[in-house]
Design a protein. Structure first.
Length: 113
């Protein structure tokens, strides 16, 4: 049973933008800090950003000033707006519901010219 449904990945040139979306059920969304993680080939999964149920965000240093996480409560959806993308941002991005330990299926983001 899929609990988190991601969308929005793709191929973009360096300097470009993408927006990732993650939709969750109401109970998951209202009770969890929602986050985005990325995992590049051969590397561990790392936190990109998360946002608490109260709307407080936290970012990895590598994405501060470029990425913005937000949550739309009526839509039970969390977004990751990614600007000024770099080749090193290339990875599979996963949505996470922290307290319940749920993960999305992952969406590929490739930054390349």
């Amino acid at each position: 049973q899929v609990q988190l449904v991601e969308s929005g990945g793709g191929l973009v040139q360096p300097g470009g933008s993408l927006r990732l979306s993650c939709a969750a059920s109401t109970i998951i969304f209202k009770t969890n800090t929602m986050g985005w993680y990325y995992q590049a080939p051969g590397k561990q999964r790392e936190l990109v950003a998360h946002i608490t149920t109260g709307g407080r965000p936290n970012y990895a240093d590598s994405v501060k000033g470029r990425f913005t996480i937000s949550r739309d409560n009526p839509k039970n959806t969390v977004y990751l707006q990614m600007n000024s993308l770099k080749p090193e941002d290339t990875a599979v991005y996963y949505c996470n519901a922290r307290e319940w330990g749920y993960w999305g299926q992952g969406t590929q983001v490739t930054v390349s010219s």
